[in-house]
Design a binder for this molecule. Structure first.
Ligand code: ADP
Ligand code: ZN
Ligand code: ZN
Length: 676
């Protein structure tokens, strides 16, 4: 009798035994896909191992009653062992059932079962020889050190952290190493932040490598994804570029894993399974015994700490490729500078003047505002009433086109009222600014300038995105307004002025990483300016020009000191990278009931700690979440802090068991980022 252990694609912690027909013996291997009867339905699953009958009998005495696998995949479509191992690792680390991890890692369309058997479309690509740039001395040195370290330790190559100022040519370093890997017949996986503009990068990488590159993102259709998977498995395509989930792409003979902008928070998956793709890429590197290269202009404190501990090798590019160097920084105090009157946005006269001058010289401008919509809220000027989302504890954002109030958390939409619902006054006005009001108001101030906008509301498709960026690249658009989308990875050489309209929004939120992240975002925004052969300027408007972040940006305080200060604070409080943390969220429709549940969970965990691991774990809370109510559910958070990953995992399991007992669901976030 042939027995296999199977993980089913369901959120269940345990695995299951099934029998396999004798004639399928050679396909009953670890990693192969199966379809099995499960309860009353058929579910997909993956074989974890074959199990000797004697061993199986110990756990499951009545082997004759075991159900049989009803379908078995083709061998060439089985999950590669390294990826299965990675998923198992993630399942342990994030205390999440393997089935759930598999669901997030492997899109169902690529589970190779019978009905999906179809030859992938022919791959068309005109191959051209790679365009190879002559590396600068700094770049050469970085490549040489990496090459050497890999050669010295081929069976366990190190992790590298490449810190390079914006525009220093990190991508050229990646390309050089990637070419070497390809020459050795190996594949390359290239992870980039979520909203990075893969299009531009794909073209650049294809040129630099002289071969076609696979794109991997959530927008791929099922058929396309299946094809791409097949090309990667067979080695027809050897390079893949993508966000988070590309980490699990089945690249054949993977030789190098690159994570660009490794500090970027979008590597953290925030829905369904909450994993950190940058962290998991290190694990994949260990499993596949390949080098991992992390790159950033502003490395995360986590990665810097690994360098300090001697676990990662550090490399640095200190100079921009263009000889103009980094842009000059100009601070504009919104408290002191005269502001333009009669518009939603706060724009200093001085700022407008800079924009005019830049455009008059035939150069381009980017204006960064981290807020979509027309205005962040609608205020009754008679009684002070603000329209809030009925489902969430935040205000509704006012949008002009189409005229509406929208909740940016749950998607609730309503028509703006004509009069105040509380006092019936008609003096209700949008307050503050968003990218939409900027797009409407800037043309009045800059009548001859062609202005465009880039944010999630206007970028409704890839073609729309390409169009906006294309127009800016060709110079048809002179000024581009945008949110976070504007700052990632762009290389527009004619941009010599970037304006940050309201920098305060970047550091005013309750998160222990707030300063680090504000600094990273600001440096990235600033880095968009002066990338070509003209000197750039970055202008930052703020109410708080004396904030420590600006002292670093202006060079009054050194970056080392700033990071050291952040580091010490985190060490003192046991925050990452010094301690481990997990957030457990309990939510429910009734506030007091939910709070009681959360308190019960906290008591359970505290009791468990007293009885067991004692000093290793600490429970904080329950406290109201940063946003108390979302989607009509009240949320209460507990934080579990621990010095040890294993103790943390055990404590999380206790929370999971509690949830099963109470028949309630908890949201679990290991190594949480932000507040959502
Ligand atoms: P980063 O990724 O560090 O921000 P990029 O790799 O995008 O920097 O490089 C910035 C600009 O400098 C790009 O336009 C790139 O083509 C150019 N560049 C960088 N290194 C070289 C080189 N060795 N030769 C020619 N151009 C280079
Ligand atoms: Zn009112
Ligand atoms: Zn809402």
């Amino acid at each position: 009798m042939l027995i296999v252990r199977i993980a089913v694609a369901r959120p269940l912690a345990q695995s299951f035994f099934y029998r396999v027909k004798e004639e399928w013996r050679d396909r009953a291997v670890r990693g192969n896909w199966v379809s099995v009867p499960f309860g009353r339905s058929q579910v997909r699953g993956v074989i974890l191992s074959t199990v000797p009958v004697e061993e199986a009998r110990k756990e499951w005495p009545d082997l004759d009653k075991l159900k049989e696998v009803s379908e078995l995949g083709e061998l060439e479509q089985a999950l590669p062992p390294a990826i299965l191992e990675l998923c198992e690792w993630a399942s342990r680390y994030y205390v999440t059932p393997l089935g759930e991890i598999l669901g997030a890692a492997v899109p169902p369309s690529t589970l190779g079962l019978k009905n999906k058997k179809r030859e992938p479309r022919e791959l068309k690509h005109d191959s051209a020889p790679p365009e190879i740039k002559t590396l600068t001395d700094e770049q050469k040195l970085a490549v040489e050190s990496i090459r050497q370290a890999i050669q010295e330790n081929p069976s366990a190559p190190p992790v590298f952290l490449l810190k390079g100022v914006t525009g220093s040519g990190k991508t050229e370093v990646y390309l050089e190493l990637a070419r070497e890997m390809l020459a050795q017949g190996k594949g390359v996986l290239f992870l980039v932040p979520e909203i990075a503009l893969t299009n531009q990068l794909v073209t650049r990488v294809e040129r630099g490598l002289g071969e076609k590159v696979a794109e991997w993102h959530s927008g791929l259709s099922d058929g396309k994804r299946r094809d791409v998977s097949a090309y990667l498995r067979s080695g027809k395509l050897r390079v893949v570029i993508g966000a988070r989930s590309a980490l699990f792409a089945p690249v054949k003979d993977l030789g190098l894993l690159i994570v660009d902008e490794e500090h970027d928070a979008t590597f953290k998956q925030e829905d369904r399974v909450r994993y950190q793709a940058r962290d998991l890429s290190i694990v994949r590197g260990k499993i596949e015994k390949i080098p991992v290269l992390l790159g950033s202009a502003t490395p995360s404190l986590e990665s810097l700490e690994r360098v300090r501990e001697g676990k990662y090798r550090f490399l640095e590019l200190k100079n921009r490729f263009s000889h103009q160097g980094l842009p000059d920084l100009e601070m504009v105090s919104l408290r002191e500078e005269p502001l333009i009157e009669g518009i939603q946005a706060m724009i200093a006269e001085k700022t407008l003047e800079r924009i005019r001058e830049t455009i008059a010289r035939g150069e381009q401008v980017m204006v960064f505002l981290n807020r979509r919509g027309f205005a962040p809220f609608l205020l009754c000027e008679s009684c002070g009433e603000v329209e809030n989302c009925p489902n969430c504890s935040i205000s509704l954002t006012f949008h002009m086109k189409p005229r509406s109030l929208k909740c940016h958390l749950c998607g609730y939409k309503a028509l703006p009222p004509d009069e105040c619902p509380k006092c019936q006054s008609i003096e209700i006005r949008p307050q503050g600014a968003g990218t939409e009001s900027l797009e409407e108001e800037l043309p009045k101030l800059l009548p001859d300038v062609v202005i465009d906008r880039l944010d999630r509301d206007v970028v409704t498709s890839q073609s729309r995105l390409d169009e906006i960026l294309g127009n800016f690249r060709s110079g048809k658009t002179q000024l581009l307004i945008g949110t976070q989308m504007l700052v990632k990875g762009h290389d527009f050489p004619n941009v010599t002025l970037v304006v940050v309209l309201f920098a305060d929004s970047l550091f005013r939120f309750p998160d222990f990483r707030a300063n680090e992240r504000a600094y990273q975002t600001l440096l990235q925004v600033i880095g968009r300016s002066g990338r070509g052969d003209k000197k750039g300027v970055a202008l930052i408007q703020t109410y708080e020009p004396e904030h420590p972040i600006f002292e670093v940006l202006q060079g009054i305080v050194s970056e080392e000191d700033f990071i050291e200060h952040e580091r010490e604070q985190r060490q003192e409080l046991g925050y990452s990278p010094f301690g481990r943390m997990a957030r457990v969220r309990v939510d429910g429709k009734r506030k007091d009931e939910t709070l009681r549940l959360a308190e019960d969970l906290a008591d359970t965990l505290r009791g468990w700690i007293l009885r067991n691991e004692t000093e290793f774990c600490e429970i904080l809370g329950p406290s109201d979440s940063f946003i108390e109510r979302v989607n009509d559910l009240y949320r209460f958070d507990l934080l579990i802090k621990s010095q040890k990953a294993v103790a943390l995992q055990k404590c999380i399991s206790v929370a999971r068991d509690w949830a099963t007992r109470k028949e309630t669901e908890i949201l679990l976030d290991v190594d949480p980022y932000g507040m959502s």
